[in-house]
Write a protein that binds this ligand. Structure first.
Ligand code: ZN
Length: 569
C-alpha cells in the first residue's frame, strides 16, 4: 500500500499470525544472522525481520483495540484471546533472534549504523525472558484481563440510571456537593462490593511476578520491573530521590493550593469529593464531540504544518474512537500499527474538561509515533514511557493558545485548573510509585497490610486528603481503581518525570514559541532511538533527577498560580 493512499481503519487488513510459520521465518533470519560474513548482511536481515515483527505487532494491536472498543463483542474477544495466547511464544521466538544479534561479531558496525540504544535494548530484553517463564507470562496476561473485564463491566446505579466507571465521572465534579459525594459513594460501593475479587487478582499478580523474577535469578520483581520498562539509565535510587524532592518541594505548595481552593469554593474544610476548582463547577468543553474534533483540526493546522497533516490523517482515516459508550473499556490510550505507519487514539469523552486534555494528550503520543515513522528500527518507533509522556503532556501545553476554541468564556478557568491539577498530580504519582516499590519488596504482604501501607503513604504524599465518612477509601483500598498498578507495574513515576519536563516546555513556549516547538518536534522524531536521559538532553531540557530541577520548575509554576486570582476568572 502506498502511504499516500487514504484507507480507513476499518479497511486495514487484519489476520491471525500463525506461530509455527512465524517461527520458521524467524529461524531463517537467525541462520542468516549467525552465518553472516559481513555487517551489511546482518543489517539487511535485521531490517527484514523488523518487517515481520511490524506485521505481528500491528495485528496484535488491532485485536486488542477492537476488544477495547467493545468488550461484549465475542468475535473481537476471540481475536484478542488468540493474540494474548500466542504472546509468550512470540516472545520466545523474538528472544532467539535477539540472542543471535547479541552474539554478533559485528556489534561495532551495528552500533555505527543505528547507535547503541538498539543493542542495549536487546541486552536488557534478554534479561527479562526465559522459556521457563512462558506459562507464568500467560497467567499474568489472564489476570490482567480479569481486571479489565471486571472494571469495564461495572454497572453502577446512580439517580435511577446505570453507569460505567467513566460514565459516573461527570458527577464527581458536579457543582452540587451532595451530588459529588453521593456519586463517589456509588463508585466506592462498587469497589467495596468487588474489593475481595480485586484483592485476589492483585495478590495473585504480585506473587506471580515475584516468582517470575526469582525464576530469572532476581531477588524480587523490582529490578525486573525496571527492565521491562526499558529503563537503562536510572534505577530505584534515582526514583526514590525524585520522590523525596516531591515531598519536600511540591507537597507544601499543594497544601497552599488547597487552602486557596477552600477560599474559592467558600468551604471551611475540603473533603476528597471537593475535587472541583470553581463554585459554579469546572469548565466544560462547549459543543458536541464532532464539533470539538473540527475545532481540534483547525487548531492543529494553525499550530504547525506537520501537526495539520497529522491530524487530517487521523480524521480522514478514522483513527480515533473518542466518546464513552456502554461496553467500552475505560481510560484513554494511543496505540499503533507499525506495518501501516499509523497511530490510533482511544478515549472516553464524558463531557468534562478532561475530554480536551485527553485529546491533546493522546494526540501528543500519536504525533510522536507518526513523526518517528522514518526511524529505521521498529524498536525506535516508541521511546520508553517516561519519555513518551513528555510528548503527550507537552502537547497539552503547546495547544494552550487555542483553548478558547473549546472553552470559550471558561478558557482562563480551564488553564488555572490544568496547571494546578498538573502540579497537584505529582504527589499522587509519587505515592502510587512508592506503594508499588513496597508491594514488590514485600510480596508476602496480605491485602490488609497493603491497604495499611497505602494509608501510611497517603499521609506522607497527600496529607490533606479527607474521605469524610466514606468507608471504602478509608480502609486504604482506593489504589484498586488505578489500573496501572495491575496492568503495568512501575508505570507511574513516568508521568511525574514527564510532567517536570512538560512544565519546562510550557515555560519555554511562553518565551520563544518557535524554538520550543522545534525542540519538541526534534524530540518527537527521535522516537525511541535514545534512552530517557539522552532524549531529555536532545530536547534541551533539564533532567528531572538533577537536584534543583524540580524545585526551580515548581517555583515558576507556583508563581504563575499565585499571580492569578481565581475569583476574578
Ligand atoms: Zn500518556
Amino acid at each position: 500500500r502506498t502511504k499516500e493512499e487514504i484507507m480507513k481503519y476499518s479497511e486495514l487488513h487484519y489476520e491471525r499470525i500463525d506461530v509455527e510459520k512465524n517461527r520458521k521465518v524467524m529461524e531463517g533470519f537467525v541462520d542468516r544472522i549467525s552465518g553472516a560474513d559481513s555487517a551489511d548482511e546482518q543489517i539487511s536481515t535485521i531490517l527484514e525481520a523488523n518487517d515481520t515483527s511490524r506485521e505481528y505487532q500491528s495485528y496484535a494491536a488491532m485485536a486488542s483495540l477492537n476488544f477495547s472498543r467493545d468488550i461484549n463483542d465475542e468475535k473481537a474477544k476471540a481475536e484478542k484471546d488468540y493474540y494474548d495466547s500466542i504472546g509468550p511464544d512470540m516472545q520466545e521466538i523474538g528472544d532467539i533472534f535477539d540472542k543471535a544479534i547479541n552474539d554478533s561479531e559485528f556489534k561495532n558496525e551495528l552500533s555505527k549504523e543505528w547507535g547503541d540504544t538498539f543493542l542495549k535494548q536487546i541486552e536488557m530484553g534478554l534479561k527479562t525472558f526465559d522459556p521457563q517463564i512462558k506459562d507464568m507470562l500467560k497467567q499474568e496476561t489472564e489476570l490482567r484481563n480479569e481486571y479489565t473485564t471486571l472494571t469495564a463491566g461495572a454497572k453502577i446505579q446512580f439517580e435511577g440510571k446505570n453507569y460505567n466507571l467513566a460514565g459516573l465521572g461527570p458527577f464527581h465534579s458536579d457543582q452540587d456537593r451532595d451530588v459529588r459525594k453521593r456519586s463517589y459513594e456509588a463508585r466506592f460501593n462498587w469497589f467495596s462490593e468487588n474489593a475481595d475479587a480485586l484483592d485476589q487478582i492483585y495478590d495473585k499478580l504480585v506473587k506471580l511476578r515475584h516468582k517470575i523474577a526469582v525464576t530469572l535469578g532476581y531477588e524480587n520483581f523490582i529490578e525486573l520491573g525496571y527492565m521491562r520498562m526499558g529503563r537503562s539509565d536510572y534505577g530505584p535510587n534515582e526514583v526514590a530521590n525524585f520522590r523525596k524532592q516531591i515531598v519536600d518541594h511540591v507537597v507544601p505548595i499543594v497544601k497552599k493550593l488547597q487552602d486557596k481552593k477552600k477560599d474559592i469554593l467558600g468551604l471551611d474544610h475540603l473533603y476528597f469529593y471537593d475535587g472541583i476548582n470553581f463554585k459554579e463547577g469546572d469548565p466544560k468543553p462547549k459543543g458536541t464531540p464532532e464539533h470539538l474534533v473540527k475545532e481540534a483540526q483547525a487548531m492543529y493546522h494553525e499550530l504547525s504544518k506537520e501537526t495539520g497533516e497529522f491530524f487530517d490523517m487521523m480524521v480522514n482515516e478514522e483513527l480515533m474512537d473518542l466518546v464513552n459508550r456502554d461496553g467500552k473499556r475505560p481510560g484513554g490510550f494511543c496505540t499503533s500499527f507499525p506495518k501501516y505507519d499509523r497511530p490510533y487514539i482511544f478515549s472516553n469523552f464524558n463531557g468534562t474538561d478532561h475530554d480536551i486534555t485527553v485529546l491533546t494528550h493522546e494526540a501528543g503520543h500519536a504525533f510522536q509515533c507518526y513523526s518517528s515513522r522514518n526511524q529505521p528500527l521498529l524498536s525506535y518507533l516508541w521511546p520508553t514511557y517516561e519519555a513518551a509522556e513528555i510528548h503527550s503532556m507537552s502537547m497539552e501545553f503547546f495547544t494552550w493558545p487555542w483553548m478558547e476554541k473549546f472553552f470559550k468564556e471558561d478558557t482562563e478557568r480551564f488553564k488555572y485548573k490544568h496547571v494546578s491539577g498538573s502540579l497537584s498530580f505529582l504527589p499522587y504519582g509519587a505515592c502510587v510509585d512508592h506503594f508499588q516499590h513496597w508491594v514488590y519488596e514485600n510480596p508476602e504482604a496480605t491485602p490488609k497490610q497493603r491497604n495499611e501501607k497505602w494509608l501510611e503513604l497517603e499521609s506522607m504524599y497527600l496529607p490533606t486528603r479527607d474521605y469524610d465518612d466514606i468507608e471504602f477509601p478509608k480502609t486504604g483500598g482506593i489504589w484498586q481503581g488505578q489500573l496501572h498498578i495491575y496492568q503495568m507495574p512501575f508505570y507511574y513515576i513516568d508521568y511525574t518525570l514527564a510532567q517536570t519536563c512538560a512544565f519546562q516546555f510550557w515555560m519555554r513556549n511562553e518565551q520563544d514559541k518557535e524554538k520550543a516547538w522545534s525542540d519538541y518536534y526534534r524530540l518527537c522524531k527521535a522516537g525511541g532511538s535514545l534512552p530517557f536521559t539522552e532524549l531529555v538532553e536532545l530536547a534541551g531540557l533539564e533532567l528531572p533527577f538533577k537536584d534543583g530541577c524540580l524545585e526551580s520548575v515548581v517555583e515558576h509554576v507556583s508563581q504563575w498560580l499565585d499571580g492569578i486570582d481565581p475569583k476574578e476568572l
